[in-house]
Design a binder for this molecule. Structure first.
Ligand code: ATP
Ligand code: MN
Length: 483
C-alpha cells in the first residue's frame, strides 16, 4: 500500500482522481457500500465506497463499527451530501476486526448510537473513538500547546519541578504518601512511630500538590519561569471539579506585583481560549451543537443564556471584573439570595472562606462575567502570600469563571524574610526544614508573584463539559483508578 494521507488533509484536497490511501477506524458501514472512516486527525469522517469487485462477501462482513481498515482508491468528488470528496476504493485491507454482534461475548461496545457520558466513563479506554471525546481531547491538546507557546514567546523558562517531595508545607490539601516500606510490617522507631529513616529516601515523602515553591527558586535566577505538570491531592471531595490527579500550570515572575500577576493570568486565558477557537473550530462547533441539543430537553428557565461559542467569545472580548474580597463579601451579604436564605452557607461575617455557590453567584448572577477576587483574609490563605499593611489581608487573587468557580489561584509572594518567618511560626510550619525556600529571601530577594491555573478546569470551560472526569483521559477520583 502507498503512503497514508490523514483525513484532515484529504478533506481539504481537490479531487482529481489521484490515488490515495486512508487508514483508520470504521464508524459506520451502510448498504454494503459506504464506509465512514475516522482516523482521529479531525472530527469529520471520510466516505469510502466499496463494491463486490473490491471486497468479497467475507471481507464485507468484517467491515464493522470499530474495526480498523486501510483503503486505497481514487479521490473523487462526492455525490452525497455533507462531504466534498470521497474515496472510490480499489483495494481494502482489514487490520483488525471488531465483533459487532452484541449477543456475542467481547463485542464492541460503541455501536453507532448516542451513549451517555456515564456509560462512556466506564469504557474510558475506548471513549476516544467517539465524536465527543475526540473533540475534547483535540481541544485539550491545543490548549496545552498554546500554554507552552504563550510562555515560550514571552521568554519564560519551562521548569520541571519534582513530583516526589519531602515538603508538605504548602497546605494545599491532603497528600498521597510515597513509600517502599512494607505497610504490613513497617519498621518502628523508639517512639513507636513508623521509622521513615529506613524508607527509600530516608525520610517521609509525598506526591506533590504544587510546584510553586520550587518554581519560586528558579524565578530568582531566570526571572520568569513556569511549570506545567501533574499534581496530586488526596482530598476526599467527590465533586465535578476535583480530581486526585490533575495538571497545573504555575508561572512565577520576579519583579511582578499583584496587578502584573492578574494582567498576565488574564492575557494567558484570553490567548489560549482564542487559540483553541482558531485551531479547533470544528471540534468546538461540534461541542457547541452538542450542548444546544442537550439544552432542548431542559425547561426554559434552566437553559443557559449563552451558547458555548458565545460564552467563549464573550470571555475573550471582555476584561475580567476585579474586586476585593471585602467588596465581594458585602455584595453577597446584601444580596437577595442571602436575605432569602437561598445559599446553603449564609454570608454573615467578614473572614469566612467563599464556597463555590458564592463564587458562582458573583460570576453568574451579579457581574455576569469572569471575576478576579483580591486581598483575601490572611487566615484563609497560604503562608507565602504577601501581607497587606492592614495586618488582616494578603495580596491573593483568585479568578472565578462561570460554570466552574475558581480556575486560578495566585498571589504576590511575601519577599520580606522577617514577616515570612513570623507567619510560618504562627502557622506552625517547619522553618528549619524549609531553609531552602527561605534562602531565596536571604539571598537577593525581590518582589515576585505567580499563580496556579488548573488545566482540567480550563478544558472544562473551553469544551463546555460539566464533569471534570470527562476532560482527562483516565480520571483518578476517590474509589476510582481504573485503566
Ligand atoms: P478549590 O478551592 O477549588 O478546591 P484550591 O483553592 O484548593 O481549589 P489551589 O490550591 O489554589 O486550589 O490550586 C490552584 C488551581 O488548581 C485551582 O484554582 C484549580 O483550578 C486547580 N485545582 C485545585 N484543586 C484541584 C483538584 N482537586 N482537581 C482539579 N483542579 C484543581
Ligand atoms: Mn485556590
Amino acid at each position: 500500500m502507498q503512503k497514508r494521507t490523514k483525513i484532515k488533509e484529504l478533506l481539504l484536497t481537490e479531487p482529481t482522481e489521484q490515488l490515495v490511501t486512508v487508514k483508520g477506524w470504521v464508524r459506520t458501514f451502510r448498504n454494503n457500500q459506504f464506509i465512514a472512516i475516522n482516523d482521529g486527525s479531525t472530527i469529520n469522517n471520510i466516505q469510502a465506497v466499496v463494491n463486490a469487485e473490491v471486497a468479497d462477501e467475507a471481507t464485507m462482513k468484517r467491515i464493522t463499527p470499530g474495526s480498523c481498515v486501510g483503503v486505497t482508491g481514487k479521490l473523487i468528488a462526492s455525490q452525497g451530501k455533507g462531504q466534498k470528496v470521497e474515496v472510490a476504493v480499489t483495494s481494502i485491507e482489514i487490520y483488525g476486526d471488531a465483533e459487532s454482534d452484541i449477543s456475542k461475548p467481547n463485542s464492541y461496545p460503541l455501536q453507532p448510537k448516542a451513549h451517555s457520558l456515564e456509560f462512556l466513563r466506564e469504557i474510558a479506554h475506548l471513549r476516544f473513538r467517539t465524536n465527543t471525546f475526540g473533540a475534547i481531547f483535540r481541544v485539550r491538546h491545543s490548549l496545552a500547546y498554546a500554554v507552552h507557546k504563550f510562555f515560550n514567546d514571552k521568554g519564560f523558562v519551562y521548569m520541571h519541578t519534582p513530583i516526589i517531595t519531602a515538603s508538605d508545607a504548602e497546605g494545599a490539601g491532603e497528600m498521597f504518601k510515597v513509600t517502599t516500606l512494607d505497610i504490613n510490617k513497617a519498621p518502628l522507631n523508639e517512639a513507636g512511630e513508623i521509622d521513615f529513616k529506613q524508607d527509600f529516601f530516608g525520610k517521609a515523602t509525598n506526591l506533590t500538590v504544587s510546584g510553586q515553591l520550587e518554581g519560586e527558586l528558579a524565578a530568582m535566577a531566570f526571572g520568569e519561569v513556569y511549570t506545567f505538570g501533574p499534581t496530586f491531592r488526596a482530598e476526599n471531595s467527590n465533586t465535578t471539579r476535583h480530581l486526585a490527579e490533575f495538571w497545573m500550570i504555575e508561572p512565577e515572575m520576579a519583579f511582578f506585583d499583584l496587578n502584573d500577576n492578574m494582567d498576565l493570568a488574564e492575557e494567558l486565558l484570553h490567548y489560549v481560549i482564542r487559540y483553541a477557537l482558531e485551531h479547533n473550530k470544528e471540534d468546538i462547533e461540534f461541542l457547541n451543537q452538542r450542548l444546544l441539543d442537550e439544552e432542548k430537553n431542559k425547561p426554559q428557565t434552566e437553559r443557559s443564556e449563552m451558547s458555548l461559542l458565545e460564552k467563549l467569545q464573550f470571555c475573550i472580548d471582555n476584561k475580567f471584573e476585579r474586586v476585593t474580597y471585602t467588596e465581594a463579601i458585602s455584595i453577597l451579604r446584601e444580596s437577595n439570595h442571602n436575605k432569602k436564605k437561598k445559599f446553603q452557607y449564609l454570608v454573615n461575617e467578614w473572614g469566612v472562606d467563599l464556597q463555590s455557590e458564592h463564587e458562582r453567584y458573583l460570576v453568574e448572577k451579579h457581574f455576569k462575567k469572569p471575576v478576579i477576587l483580591t486581598d483575601y483574609p490572611k487566615d484563609i490563605k497560604a503562608f507565602y502570600m504577601r501581607q497587606n499593611d492592614d495586618g488582616k489581608t494578603v495580596r491573593a487573587m483568585d479568578i472565578l469563571f462561570p460554570g466552574i468557580g475558581e480556575i486560578v489561584g495566585g498571589s504576590q509572594r511575601e519577599e520580606r524574610l522577617e514577616l515570612l518567618e513570623t507567619r510560618m511560626k504562627e502557622m506552625h510550619l517547619p522553618i528549619e526544614e524549609m531553609y531552602w525556600y527561605l534562602d531565596t529571601r536571604r539571598f537577593g530577594a525581590c518582589p515576585h508573584a505567580g499563580f496556579g491555573l488548573g488545566f482540567e478546569r480550563l478544558v472544562l470551560f473551553v469544551t463546555g463539559m460539566t464533569n471534570i472526569r470527562d476532560v482527562i483521559a483516565f480520571p483518578r477520583t476517590p474509589k476510582s483508578a481504573e485503566f
